[in-house]
Design a protein around this ligand. Structure first.
Ligand SMILES: Nc1ncnc2c1ncn2[C@@H]1O[C@H](COP(=O)(O)OP(=O)(O)OP(=O)(O)O)[C@@H](O)[C@H]1O
Ligand SMILES: [Mg+2]
Length: 174
């Protein structure tokens, strides 16, 4: 995973980099499904509020990677945390041509200092972290003409992804 993130940073292309019409709710549910064993092991409850019909035009593997990175960070944070009710919330909605995806966890507050630099590469507080996860997320979301941000308070940390609703504009294949 680390190696692939590294390769992605230096070379943002591959066999699966064609943008297509995606089923966002299916994609979000898929990420929860493949993380299910880790969520279960860590006793994390996942609450979802996902609008089923959000049209997203994008690169499936890349959007998946973004959601996975944020989910894995959330699991890693909650594992550091001694609270008895660990929870991740995933919300997705569409409003006036904007898609908003929010992923929250009830772990520790991120310091304001870290909030400012969290999307920069090689920023990590983990012993074995490369600090590439969120910088890759930012690159991918910006490539999709979107914005990624974080807000954190003592109760909850939330990563927010905003994307334009896009239709297939007939992107030329190579
Ligand atoms: N949900 C979260 N709650 C608290 N801190 C977080 C959360 N997500 C990220 N962070 C902080 O942001 C830092 C950067 O995250 P990022 O995913 O970019 O790198 P990493 O997780 O440390 O390493 P890597 O993703 O390469 O394994 C983390 O080390 C952690 O300190
Ligand atoms: Mg990470």
């Amino acid at each position: 995973e680390k190696v692939s993130q590294f390769l992605f940073l230096s070379k943002m292309r591959g066999s699966d980099d064609r943008p297509l019409s995606l089923n966002l709710s299916g994609l979000l549910r898929y990420t929860i499904e493949i993380l299910y064993p880790r969520l279960l092991e860590s006793k994390i409850e996942v609450e979802t509020a996902i609008n089923p019909d959000i049209p997203l035009f994008g690169v499936e593997e890349q959007i998946k990677q973004v959601i996975l990175n944020i989910m894995i960070n959330s699991i890693e944070e909650l594992n550091e945390n001694k609270i008895d009710h660990r929870k991740i919330e995933m919300r997705a909605k569409e409003n006036h041509g904007r898609i908003t995806i929010e992923i929250s966890n009830n772990g520790r507050q991120i310091s304001s200092h870290l909030v400012e630099s969290i999307f920069q590469p090689f920023i990590s507080t983990k012993k074995l972290g490369t600090g590439l996860g969120l910088s890759v997320c930012k690159q991918i979301i910006e490539k999709h003409e979107g914005v990624i941000s974080v807000r954190s308070n003592p109760e909850q940390t939330t990563f927010v992804i905003e994307l334009p609703v896009m239709v297939d504009k007939g992107v030329k294949e190579e």
